[in-house]
Design a protein around this ligand. Structure first.
Ligand SMILES: [Fe+2]
Length: 395
């Protein structure tokens, strides 16, 4: 995150004495990426951020993962997944994963435990509902359409207000705006579809009293349940360019053209070996002979995941796609609009579609939740036929 913020009380000079009212020193913490060489924040704690009193195994649920073999385009209807009482950390239902990224869905109505992901950044898209994301940096109020970016090792918890539906992308590295949207010194440039004004960061410190407080940590060798001597939300101030923030999909300004614009114009974030894109309502192409529907395409280097979150997704008409659907169009399979969509799009002036796309550069495997809500007839919707095969009765 390239944009400097300062919240709460901090000393004039970094790494100098900064004292509490009782005369003791605040504990300074540098939370930094790429060693000491990239974005960082300096946080000032009332107590020691290092003071743990216990560490136990946290057995994370194992999620069965199967390769997408035989290779097929897939359709998952996430709204058919269980929506029992769950929280945003332990209630994640794994849809798709590879070495770079894990994509989960969660229907939550309970506060999560305190948690941090030490493996990589998380980008959580709020499909519906509202929540407060409490973090060591302060709180973020989030709601429908928000992307919530949580940097690696940010201790936080999700507190939903009623039921919220979350689409969770966990990276094995850092998620950031695409480099081409930024000047060489880090300001969003005029070509970017969003800018600093659209990003919401914590506005004030969040102090929570407490002793012997549990924090779940997902890390490179598994899961650990720490107990901290005092509540980790004890930061009186911080500054820097590393912090959690929210961007609403409605603040993503679409780029349009006379003829069909390729998906990179929709790019919103970049992660290691994947990108996240936003499809939002926009005017269609205005060349007199333009075809607004996309062309068939073979992304020979990526798997493409689309999460359909609102409006009418014109190119998928007749394929069973509904709100909450997730499609997977894998590398090795040419995909394109459903039959009739191309002709039907001609002359249309605008679209009201909302969707989140994740393109990964390594193949995605299928999680248990994906298999539990798969519409197995999807692969055959372009031909309208299915000749034989073990699941021929499904469509
Ligand atoms: Fe595509």
């Amino acid at each position: 995150m390239p944009y400097y913020r300062a919240v709460g009380r901090i000393p004039h000079k970094r790494h100098t004495q900064f004292r509490r009212s009782d005369g003791g020193l605040y504990a300074e913490e540098l939370m930094g990426t790429e060693g000491f060489s990239s974005e960082a924040a300096l946080l000032y704690h009332e107590g020691l951020p290092t003071a743990i009193v216990d560490a136990q195994d946290w057995a994370m649920p194992t999620a069965v993962i199967l390769p997408n073999h035989p290779l097929k385009p897939r359709h998952f209807t996430t709204h058919k997944l269980d929506a029992g009482s769950a929280d945003a950390v332990t209630g994640r239902q794994l849809l798709l994963a590879n070495r770079d990224v894990r994509i989960s869905y969660a229907v939550v109505d309970a506060p999560s435990p305190l948690y941090r992901n030490a493996i990589g950044d998380e980008c959580v898209y709020v499909e519906s509902g509202e929540a407060v994301v409490e973090t060591v940096f302060g709180a973020l109020m989030v709601g429908q359409g928000d992307y919530v970016v949580l940097p690696t090792s940010t201790t936080h918890r999700w507190v939903p207000d009623g039921e919220a539906r979350l689409f969770i992308v966990e990276a094995a590295g850092h998620i950031a705006p695409p480099a081409r949207y930024l000047t060489k010194r880090g300001q969003f440039n005029e070509f970017s579809p969003y800018c600093e004004r659209d990003l919401r960061g914590p506005a004030e410190p969040l102090i929570v009293p407490g002793e012997d407080v549990e924090v779940l940590v997902r890390h490179r060798s598994g899961g650990t349940r720490f107990v901290y001597a005092r509540h980790p939300f004890d930061v009186v101030g911080w500054d820097g360019c590393l912090y959690p923030y929210a961007l609403n999909i409605a603040d993503f300004e679409p780029i349009t053209g006379r003829v069909h614009q390729p998906p990179p114009v929709h790019q919103t974030f970049a992660g290691p070996n994947f990108v996240i894109c936003s499809f939002v309502p926009r005017k269609f192409d205005y060349h007199p002979l333009s075809i607004p529907a996309p062309y068939n395409h073979a992304n020979v280097d990526s798997d493409e995941v689309i999460f359909y979150v609102g409006g009418d997704f014109m190119s998928r008409k007749g394929a069973g796609i509904e709100l909450g659907s997730v499609s997977l169009h894998p590398n090795g399979f040419t995909h394109g609009p459903q039959p009739g969509s191309v002709e039907a799009s001609i002359g249309k002036e605008a679209t009201d579609e909302w969707a989140v796309m994740v393109d990964t550069f390594r193949p995605l495997e299928l999680g248990e939740a994906a298999l539990a809500c798969e519409d197995t007839s999807y692969a055959w919707t372009w031909s309208g036929r299915r000749n034989g095969g073990p699941d021929s009765t499904t469509g």
